[in-house]
Design a protein around this ligand. Sequence first.
Ligand code: SF4
Length: 300
Amino acid sequence: MPALNTNPPWLKKRLVTGPQSVKTGEILSSLGLNTVCETSACPNLNECFSNTHVTFLILGRSCTRSCRFCSVEKGLPQALDESEPYRIRDAASRLNLDHVVITSVTRDDLDDGGAGQFVKVIDAVRELRATITIEVLVPDFQGNMDSVDKVLSASADIFSHNVETIRSLYPSLRQTADYGRSLDILRKAKSTSKNQITKSGIMVGLGENEKEVLEAITDVSKAGCDILTIGQYLRPGEANLPVRRYVLPEEFERYRKFAIDLGFKYAASGPFVRSSYRARDAYNAIMRGSDDRSETAAYS
Ligand code: SF4
């Protein structure tokens, strides 16, 4: 096992840069939009931007929580921006997106946690064309199921909520979140409509062991979740938790197979997998049918 201050060979990402990556960044910046790709220092940024795949970050740049693995800015939240839904619609149009992924900072300061803004963004993007598909990755809204319902009522094609880590690490890594509450949100989304595609993600390398990851995968499966992503935690900055373990590619593959055997319709597991990584592929595979589940080899 390599020293934890140097990335192992399987975590050396081929740098994919090109004109489209630059153009994607320019369009986003000209519209004053935030992406989690940039704010989280995602290692896949150049690859995704080159393929015009972005994950919009709504409700400002400042998060009201302090999860220790996350590099999104903490601090005073910004006022709601009425123009944000339309700027995202413009970006989706100029980038010719066919699958739009939207997430947000956590806004515990707002009565609805920002659910209303999710709905406005979904509605605005839908105006572009009937065939566009939309994926939302929502925070836990402090367990406010009215907010969850509000977002679900807008009928995004994929409703996603990440459990992020195993149950026992919540008190040390996510003091203001709750593992059971996150599972409840996934359960609620599926119970609202069996046709609602649901998705969740887990990071590994934060101090958990394999047995605990398998338990978390099982919990998410029991919550009726359709899509699972598992990726390596990488320290985004000095202020964040150090990596506790680099998970071997073969262990990622064991997680993927375990998830598929449990009944997930799609599972992606690999060092660079993030919940929004190749999100369009996951959606397309599900729509093509369950035979494609085995296509989801670990990404590297
Ligand atoms: S994996 Fe997700 S967050 Fe990272 S660059 Fe791609 S779309 Fe953005």
